[in-house]
Design a protein around this ligand. Structure first.
Ligand SMILES: CC(C)(COP(=O)(O)OP(=O)(O)OC[C@H]1O[C@@H](n2cnc3c(N)ncnc32)[C@H](O)[C@@H]1OP(=O)(O)O)[C@@H](O)C(=O)NCCC(=O)NCCS
Length: 178
């Protein structure tokens, strides 16, 4: 079961104790401003259960991020398979969601770099993508810091959002092995 360590972070399996801080993060309108809605406790727990199970079953996924000696749970960063169809799927994506207290410290970039390295070295992936709402500048800036590249021709409309929804236009970034 893979756990990843970086200079400042531990990317680990999920624990029951993560559910409460995860629900708080998912209920924070600032953290969720680029998502259609905040999540209820039940929705948040179901989400944690799903992504935690993926790690238990496959040994990788959206890991819980711990900041040793500072925060037992700061959010998640890791790899996932998008659950919708688009021009770039099937694919593996790198993604992140951190509680507000942990923004502005480079944690998403540091953890994202470790997740990309794991995906290429351990999973043997040829390519890892990342995508976000075009308006989500903090997120696409992480992609840029990770050295991922965007071709505007790859931009897409998220199929799970209704036409005309302001968050529907998405940017796609790619990173290739080697
Ligand atoms: C997306 C998200 C993870 C980005 O967080 P972030 O703090 O901007 O990104 P990082 O963790 O990489 O931190 C980078 C910032 O830390 C700063 N920083 C401070 N100390 C640092 C250090 N030691 N090392 C590196 N960077 C450091 C950088 O300068 C940068 O700040 P800047 O953007 O003002 O230049 C965060 O906004 C978030 O969780 N949002 C809500 C969920 C979400 O939208 N997820 C993405 C959905 S697709």
């Amino acid at each position: 079961m893979a756990e990843l360590r970086t200079e400042r972070l531990l990317l680990r399996r999920w624990r029951d104790a993560d559910l409460e801080p995860f629900a708080a993060l998912n209920a924070d309108p600032a953290t969720m401003r680029f998502f259609p809605a905040t999540l209820t406790r039940e929705e948040s727990d179901a989400h944690a259960e799903r992504i935690g199970r993926q790690i238990e079953e496959e040994g990788w996924g959206l890991w819980a991020v711990e900041v040793p000696r500072d925060a037992a749970f700061a959010g998640f960063v890791g790899l996932a398979r998008p659950g919708f169809e688009a021009h770039f799927t099937p694919a593996v994506e790198v993604g992140w969601r951190l509680a507000r207290a942990h923004w502005g410290k480079g944690y998403a970039t540091e953890a994202g770099r470790a997740a990309l390295a794991f995906g290429f070295a351990e999973l043997g992936l040829e390519e890892i993508v990342s995508f976000t709402s075009r308006a989500n500048e903090p997120s696409w800036r992480v992609m840029e810091r990770l050295g991922m590249s965007r071709d505007p021709a790859d931009d897409f409309e998220h199929p799970r959002l209704p036409e005309g929804h302001p968050l529907r236009p998405h940017v796609l970034y790619r990173s290739r092995a080697g």
